[in-house]
Design a binder for this molecule. Structure first.
Ligand code: DC
Length: 231
């Protein structure tokens, strides 16, 4: 059967990665979490004192971009790919609230987006890919055969994220997580380069009151219909 490209965009903590991973698994497609790439660049900038301290040094970060090597490596035991920054597995560090607090600032830098979008386009050349992010249906794969745009209320999303962080052993407050979710929504939607917005031909899913299982079944069925329609 002919393979398609599936773009999953939407606000943070709407369950994009859960859905994208499930879809990729059942279809036998590659899954790519582009948020992990922006998070890894952010971790690099934080470790080098270029962001998150007294003064950001964005021009130094731009100069260092060629020295940032990002790779996804599939972890057989976990069943998904992990992010490597210059050869080091950073999967855990990139998910902390500290990185979340700085990532929107990094994701609005034109040169960062240029580098990462170029890598993402190359990853999708062969199709058979499910990619999640903010600009996948609008910028990375404007011709994707299936585009999904996910939303949910900020409070629902903050609750999900708060639980996730607690489960991972992070000591966080709900109000801080909610503030981070709302701040990122604002910056991600209002930045100059590739802001988060629904592609005209994307299907919108509000999962504030929908279970993950029901949501997956609906989208899976829809994806199968789109795939069947291909030559
Ligand atoms: O999906 P996530 O929450 O892990 O993404 C982290 C941040 O990266 C998010 O706040 C916005 C940014 N991002 C982006 O600008 N473009 C993408 N394609 C993916 C993520």
């Amino acid at each position: 059967m002919k393979k398609i490209t599936i773009a999953v965009d939407g606000f943070s903590s709407t369950g994009k990665s859960t859905l994208a991973k499930q879809l990729a698994k059942v279809l036998g497609y590659v899954y790519v979490d582009t948020g992990a790439m922006y998070r890894a660049v952010t971790l690099f900038a934080m470790r080098n004192g270029l962001i998150g301290g007294e003064r950001d040094n964005i021009s130094a970060l731009i100069k260092l971009l060629p020295k940032i090597q990002l790779k996804f490596k599939y972890n057989e035991a976990l069943g998904f790919s992990e992010m490597y920054l210059n050869g080091e597995n950073v999967e855990k560090e990139i998910r902390t609230l500290d990185v979340s607090k700085n990532v929107s600032r990094i994701a609005e830098i034109e040169q960062v987006r240029y580098k990462l979008v170029d890598m993402q386009k190359k990853m999708g050349k062969e199709k058979g890919i499910v990619m999640d992010g903010r600009d996948i249906g609008t910028v990375v794969f404007p011709d994707a055969e299936l585009k999904i745009f996910m939303t949910a209320s900020p409070e629902k999303r903050a609750h999900r994220r708060y639980k996730e962080l607690l489960d991972r052993g992070e000591n966080v407050k709900y109000v801080d997580v909610l503030e981070n979710v709302e701040k990122r929504d604002y910056i991600d939607s209002n930045r100059e380069f590739s802001p988060l917005k629904k592609a005209e031909d994307a299907i919108e899913f509000d999962n504030s009151d929908m279970g993950l299982k029901e949501q997956f079944e609906r989208i899976h069925n829809y994806a199968l219909r789109v795939i069947e329609k291909q030559e």
